[in-house]
Write a protein that binds this ligand. Structure first.
Ligand SMILES: NC(=O)c1ccc[n+]([C@@H]2O[C@H](COP(=O)([O-])OP(=O)(O)OC[C@H]3O[C@@H](n4cnc5c(N)ncnc54)[C@H](OP(=O)(O)O)[C@@H]3O)[C@@H](O)[C@H]2O)c1
Length: 330
């Protein structure tokens, strides 16, 4: 049994986050009020976007408060319920935060269907990362067979799934990532080529001899410009995020818009929140692909709540391929 604990933010990171920006402290287990449930947190999802809120004046959302448990999505098992829709023993997903126990409003806790797969899957292919990969690549991007698709970052949570989805559509799939990810991308993840993000111009020229038709961009800045420079006329760009700027407080500098005009590109911003009404469709399709073996979940599990700071820091460093998940309790 894990003693009740939480991981709090000690100070705002200066550049890339490090484990010493965080601290483990004890936790008084709260009581659920009317309409609320108490959960034992089992797993945490590590996501890069909250880094933007680890500063006094974030470009989006309120700052993450210092000295309090870090906000974050995860899974938990209901251990006390004062909400009619959830019973003790139910597994739920919700904004549990980096702690061993959390009280949530019952209507903000989503009951999981354990028949769909092990808990980790509900944070990867069947969770927000998988939903993002499905809608951004399969629905919005909708690559044609034989077209060239570039994904950045490619080996991470969204990219590793989006690349497989583009491959299922018959596209040639090129991933951008750290040099250390190249073997994973072109091996188990099924990408056709890997490009090191420190050597983009030459790497893209070699990997995309016929230009680029679709670009799923979660990096922004110079990587965005390098891929746009190789796009074919009437190519399309789906903007997911700009992780290259998360440690600097906001969007990195993007280059000129001239290539968008001259190549008549279409650039579309993507926010998963817009797609909630269609999550059932995505869950059905992702489950079918997982069931048939056409889609492989890519997950890396860190054991113990105390690993959360290192797992989060790895998102901005040398994370192993796939979704970074912290297992808090079995
Ligand atoms: N719009 C939406 O609704 C939505 C939803 C989910 C995610 N997103 C965005 O999609 C992107 C990917 O998210 P994810 O959850 O799948 O994260 P992720 O790819 O699992 O993790 C981050 C990866 O980004 C790469 N990276 C880190 N710092 C970088 C830098 N300075 N320059 C270039 N690459 C860097 C690293 O890969 P390498 O080691 O291979 O370089 C790292 O493993 C993020 O921008 C995220 O905010 C958007």
């Amino acid at each position: 049994v894990t003693a009740p604990a939480q991981i709090v933010l000690r100070r705002y990171p200066d550049g890339a986050p490090t484990p010493s920006d965080f601290e483990a402290t004890g936790l008084d287990v709260p009581e659920p009020g009317d309409g609320e449930v108490l959960v034992e947190v089992t797993h945490l999802s590590m996501d890069p976007f909250p880094r933007l809120r680890m500063q006094p004046r974030p470009p989006v959302g309120p700052p993450l408060p210092l000295g309090e448990a870090v906000d974050g999505r995860g899974l938990g098992r209901v251990v006390a319920s004062r909400f009619a829709g959830l019973a003790v023993g139910d597994m739920i997903a919700g904004d549990v935060g980096w702690r061993t126990h959390a009280v949530l409003p019952g209507d903000r806790a989503k009951r999981l269907d354990p028949g769909l797969g092990p808990p980790e899957r509900h944070l990867s292919a069947l969770g927000p990362s998988g939903m993002t990969a499905y809608f951004a690549m399969h629905v919005v991007g909708a690559p044609e067979a034989g077209s060239t698709v570039v994904i950045a970052p490619a080996a991470g949570s969204v990219g590793s799934l989006a690349g497989q989805i583009a491959g299922l559509a018959g596209a040639r799939v090129v991933g951008i990532g750290a040099r250390s990810q190249a073997a994973a991308l072109t091996g188990a993840l099924g990408f056709d080529a890997a490009v090191d993000h420190r050597d983009l111009a030459a790497g893209l020229a070699a990997a995309c001899p016929d230009g680029v038709d679709l670009f799923l961009d979660g990096v922004g800045g110079p990587a965005h410009d390098a891929v746009v420079a190789r796009m074919n006329p009437r190519g399309r760009v789906v903007l997911l995020g700009f992780i290259a700027g998360y440690n600097d407080g906001g969007p990195p500098a993007y280059g000129t818009a001239a290539p968008i005009l001259f190549k008549r590109l279409r650039v579309e911003g993507f926010l998963l929140a817009d797609w909630q009404a269609r999550f059932d469709e995505a869950l059905r399709q992702m489950s079918a692909w997982l069931g048939s073996g056409e889609l492989r979940p890519v997950e890396h599990v860190w054991m113990g709540l105390e690993q959360a700071p290192a797992a989060f820091a790895a998102l901005f460093g040398d994370a192993p391929p796939g979704k970074q998940i912290v297992r808090v309790q079995a």
